[in-house]
Design a protein. Structure first.
Length: 303
């Protein structure tokens, strides 16, 4: 025989508390006949009488008193739990896990992390920086950050920043010693600072001007994925460094580094925040998506 469900127990508690079918029916927005039938069904499933009832009164049996004493507090706990869960729709809370490549963490997520957490104090942000590709679903992430050419087809993606740009820089001392390259192929005769990805691959440097794409594989005087090391080496005149302009903008403005071949360094779309398509987006992720949209609007107004 089927076990009683929560609706049967709700009916029992309402009648037991009010000792009146009519008042209980009004309280739980049902009919008297429906309540009476549910109570009979409950007693049949349990195999015990819970109430003695006449046209004028309702009285609990010993079994009914026992059931009420145990079930009523439990139903209150269930109700409180459901209200708390419903409340999560309104207040962003909990842990938000994001996987992102280091440049996106450094240049995009880092500036907005503090303001986001200030605005949403009940959210804990967990950012994992990885250059390799991961399956964010199997990895337990709420969202990931990648550039457009690496996004999975079945993901929802939104722009996380405006356009970005690779630049080629060197110290004034290096240029005085080795000369200034004007074409990507000139880099084949220069010392360069390059990065090797976690997969072991060191990609060619790619440049574009007026639709013409040129790829080169110049010699590497220093190979490192550590931005602080690469920056220090460029400032010290070790070689030429191709990197995102966000890393070296201040050094170029101050004259510590010189920007080279600017006509070969065209902007490209910035990174995207992506996440699985689903009907109910977790509140913390929804809050982050809304925050990013507002952040980008404010950035646009500030330019």
């Amino acid at each position: 025989m089927a076990e009683p469900d929560l609706r049967d127990l709700d009916v029992f508690v309402a009648v037991a508390r009010t000792r009146n079918f009519r008042r209980a029916a009004v309280e739980i927005r049902s009919s008297v006949s429906s309540l009476s039938q549910r109570l009979r069904d409950l007693e049949e499933r349990l195999g015990v009488r819970l109430m003695n009832r006449t046209t004028r009164s309702v009285a609990l049996t010993e079994a009914g008193e026992l059931l009420l004493s145990r079930v009523a507090p439990a139903l209150r706990d269930v109700g409180d739990a459901l209200e708390q869960v419903r409340g999560l729709r309104e207040v962003a809370s909990g842990r938000l896990r994001i996987n992102a490549p280091p440049p996106a963490v450094d240049l995009v997520l880092a500036p907005l992390a503090g303001p986001f957490l200030t605005q949403h104090p009940h959210v804990d942000l967990d950012v994992v920086s990885e250059s390799g590709f991961v399956d964010i679903v199997s990895g337990g992430y709420d969202a990931g950050v990648r550039y457009g050419e690496h996004l999975a087809q079945d993901m929802v993606a939104i722009p996380l920043s405006g356009p970005q740009r690779y630049v080629v820089v060197a110290s004034p001392g290096y240029i005085a010693r080795r000369g200034r390259p004007t074409h990507p192929k000139d880099l084949l005769d220069h010392d360069c600072i390059r990065a090797r990805y976690s997969s072991g691959v060191m990609h060619d440097l790619e440049f574009e001007r007026a639709g013409q794409v040129v790829k080169v594989d110049p010699p590497a005087k220093l190979i490192s994925t550590n931005m602080n090391l690469a920056m220090r080496a460029a400032l010290d005149g070790v070689g030429i460094w191709a990197t995102l302009d966000g890393y070296v903008g201040d050094a170029v403005k101050s004259g510590a580094l010189v920007s080279l071949m600017e006509d070969w360094c065209e902007p490209f779309p910035g990174p995207f925040l992506y996440y699985p398509s689903r009907r109910q987006t977790p509140p913390a992720l929804r809050a982050f998506i809304d925050f990013v949209a507002d952040w980008r609007k404010r950035e646009g107004r500030g330019k």
